[in-house]
Design a protein around this ligand. Structure first.
Ligand code: BV8
Length: 247
């Protein structure tokens, strides 16, 4: 793939590169994107309803089992060349912030160091009342399982629709977007707030914004650099073009 010399120069000269990823970067690890994660058994449900406190209150068993199904896919998944290219980019960049909306933990498993998980991580479980992380519980077949200390239902440690994002990760992500020289928006439909505002914050402070997505998004018309295609193909080639082969 040919990259514009201006884009390559911007990447090489940036003192801070920030990246926002969405479900699209995990698509090539066979994890359905958020919009697709109501396939099969869950085809008749709207993921936005399942991923909400109301959905959990209405049918805690259904929501727990939806996450258990997604956890089983994540457990089987491996980081793909797109995740690995961002590990290389972090090694080359002077200052690098990886902001993800994904809850699959694949960036961390790939080896990325400075990762901000804005929407939590579905491999972690917490008490729905005390909000404390819980690693062990009695497997008495009740679904959802109960908190060992207070008996309330356990839930995935993710941010549902209508819930506040974790304060520190969001503050750090906002700081990165408003101070970076280059911002890459990768594999996200750029719809869900407040994450979707981050690339626009970067744009408005004068950063070079690069979008990597096979489809157009609300960001596409405003960015200087659009790379139409799959992250797993584009990102390794982009890192090689900017910094040469391998780590
Ligand atoms: C908040 C974790 C306020 C859970 C997620 C009405 C009522 C309530 C809230 C709202 C409302 N109206 C607006 C809101 C705000 C709401 C919102 O933005 N709604 C949208 C729909 C308009 N936001 C919230 O509710 C947030 N909280 O506002 O709180 C508040 C404040 C103070 C106090 C109390 C409350 C919380 C939002 C977080 C929700 N949780 N995930 C879970 O995963 O189960 S969001 C979930 O969907 C993902 O995490 C992701 O962020 C989001 C969108 O998914 P994407 O990652 O973009 O994936 P998607 O499938 O959409 O797109 C994939 C893209 O990849 C596509 O563009 C595709 O082309 C591309 N692609 C495909 N293949 C590839 C590829 N790209 C590259 N390579 C490929 N191979």
């Amino acid at each position: 793939m040919d990259f514009s010399p201006a884009m390559i120069t911007a990447l090489r000269q940036a003192s801070h590169i920030a990246v926002l990823t969405g479900a699209g970067i995990s698509a090539e690890s066979q994890i359905p994107t958020f919009r697709e994660s109501h396939t099969g058994l869950y085809a008749k449900y709207n993921p936005q309803e399942l991923a909400s406190p109301e959905g959990f209150r209405k049918d805690p068993k259904l929501v727990w089992e939806w996450y258990a199904w997604r956890r089983s896919m994540v457990t089987k998944a491996e980081p793909n060349p797109g995740h690995k290219a961002l590990v290389d980019m972090e090694k080359h960049a002077k200052n690098f912030t990886l902001i993800t909306q994904n809850v699959d933990g694949l960036h961390i498993r790939a080896g990325s160091k400075n990762v901000l998980e804005l929407h939590g991580n579905l491999m972690k479980t917490r008490c729905s009342q005390e909000n404390t992380l819980v690693t062990e519980w009695e497997d008495d077949k009740t679904i959802p399982p109960k908190c060992p200390t207070c008996g309330a239902f356990l839930r995935p440690d993710v941010v549902w629709f209508g819930e506040k994002l974790p304060t520190i990760p969001l503050q750090k992500a906002t700081l990165a977007a408003t101070s970076c020289q280059v911002f890459l928006s990768i594999g996200t439909s750029t719809i869900v707030e407040p994450a979707a505002s981050l690339p626009f914050l970067a744009l408005h402070q004068g950063a070079d914004v690069i979008e990597v997505n096979p489809e157009p998004t609300p960001l596409s018309k405003q960015v200087a650099f659009t790379l139409r295609g799959a992250a797993g193909i584009i990102l390794p080639e982009l890192v090689q073009a900017a910094w040469g082969l391998g780590g």
